[in-house]
Design a protein around this ligand. Structure first.
Ligand code: PMP
Length: 429
């Protein structure tokens, strides 16, 4: 397999693009080697500029849940394009998408569309503060909520407990109201409430996908919600990744937990830049123009993105692929575990619905500290072997692999073969 044209483009890109990319993970920094440049994608497959075709388990980090260029989505956006691309005024489709989204989440009477997951979360945090009149927010180590200053707090334990900024350019003042707790550890949340009386709420990924896949254990979400209610604090559920992916009503439906504020992104735009935050009426009525919390967007509710979102969610509801996702993820888990056994490689596999990934560790992984015990060098070897065997994975140990409903039996066999070869490569390191 050759990556000559990707390499040429990467070298050209380095001149005017930072690191040759527009989002850091795309630079393949943690697996070494040059990043891929993509030419096109269709269904379950993605093709790079050198003509190499891969079964795509990145899926634009989640949005392409139906696979690429689903014909109904393509048709809807082509139709929308004919009427214009942006108006700065309202359209009927915004109401239609809002209804689909609000109907899926019982705790959501109203929704506001924005342009990314980052915007959805930063608005959701502002809303929690506006509603409670309190400033502090608890986040969990290893959960990623976009690149807003307040939540860009280092996720490693030492730095995390000190609440030091995780990025240059983030002033200490911007994170002084951010408290860090350990995922799956309610006691670490309680400790903050015992020390502070100005906590607006807790934000979390209901199933974490940004430290690899880490699932909530033993009613963690329910217990957390109950505790927050007793404290008058809000539960802000970041379903940017899990919304419409774990289940049509997101992880909240699966775990039977209702968020006070829900943040969405990825799938709801079907590949176009869309995010959203929503809540029950009394909370959403804080938002301008109804209330005093300001939030706005020139391109928000963009007509092409709305058309893409409506078509994607309508088709998703019809297909209802969630059971099938579970089955495929289980099959992939078995492939991973069996080949690891065959080649004597230590792994732990975590999965939830259409999200799955292996950690190269013998530890059970229930939080970020556990996830960090994974041997990332082994992951890098595994990643490149998967690429050479025709499977495109996220180029980081700490990202989930995503499934699309376009995966065929043949694709699954290809993934199985690639796993076998890649595990063998890891065993030879
Ligand atoms: N929240 C979660 C849970 C995410 O996974 C992401 C992106 N991976 C974001 C927020 C930020 O979304 P975006 O990249 O669209 O700004």
């Amino acid at each position: 397999m050759e990556f000559k044209k990707s390499q040429e483009l990467y070298n050209k890109g380095l001149v005017n693009l930072v690191g040759g990319v527009n989002s850091p993970v795309r630079a393949f920094a943690s697996v070494g080697g040059n990043p891929l440049f993509i030419k096109k994608a269709k269904g379950s497959k993605i093709t790079d500029v050198d003509g190499n075709s891969y079964v795509d388990l990145v899926l634009s980090y989640g949005p392409m849940i139906l696979g690429h260029r689903h014909k109904k989505v393509q048709k809807a956006i082509t139709k929308a394009l004919k009427n214009g691309y942006s108006f700065g005024a309202s359209t009927k489709n915004e109401i239609k998408l809002a209804k689909i989204v609000c109907d899926a989440f019982p705790g959501m009477d109203k929704v506001r569309f924005v342009n990314s997951g980052t915007e959805a979360v930063l608005s959701g945090i502002r809303l929690a503060r506006a509603f409670t009149g309190k400033d502090k927010i608890i986040k969990f180590s290893g959960c990623y909520h976009g690149h807003q200053d307040a939540l860009l707090v280092a996720a490693g334990s030492g730095l995390a407990t000190l609440s030091l900024p995780g990025s240059k350019g983030v002033p200490e003042g911007a994170v002084k109201n951010t408290l860090i707790a350990n995922y799956n550890d309610l006691e670490s949340v309680k400790a903050h409430f015992e020390a502070h009386d100005d906590i607006a709420g807790v934000i979390l990924e209901p199933v974490a996908g940004n430290m690899g896949v880490v699932t909530p254990q033993n009613d963690f979400l329910k217990e957390l919600k109950k505790y927050l209610e007793s404290k008058g604090a809000l539960l802000i559920v970041d379903e940017v990744m899990t919304g419409f992916r774990s289940k049509f009503g997101g992880a909240q439906e699966l775990f039977d937990v209702e968020a006070d504020i829900t943040c969405l992104g990825k799938v709801i735009g079907g590949g176009f830049p869309v995010g959203a935050y929503g809540a029950r009426n009394e909370i959403m009525e804080m938002v301008a123009p109804l209330g005093g919390m300001y939030q706005a967007g020139t391109l928000s509710g963009n007509p092409i993105a709305m058309a893409g979102g409506i078509a994607t969610l309508t088709e998703l509801k019809k297909q209802n692929p969630y059971e099938k996702f579970n089955e495929i993820a289980q099959i992939i888990e078995v492939f991973l575990l069996e080949s690891a056994k065959k080649y004597d490689v230590e792994i732990t596999v975590n999965r939830f619905g259409s999200m799955i990934n292996p950690f190269f560790t013998n530890k059970t992984v229930t939080n970020f500290e556990d996830a960090q015990t994974s041997d990332t060098k082994k992951f890098a070897t595994f990643f490149w072997a998967m690429m050479h065997n025709g499977v495109f994975l996220p180029p980081s140990q700490f990202e989930a692999w995503f499934l699309s409903s376009a995966l065929s039996e043949k694709d699954i066999q290809k993934i199985a073969k690639a796993i076998d070869k890649s595990m063998e490569a890891v065993s030879k390191m």
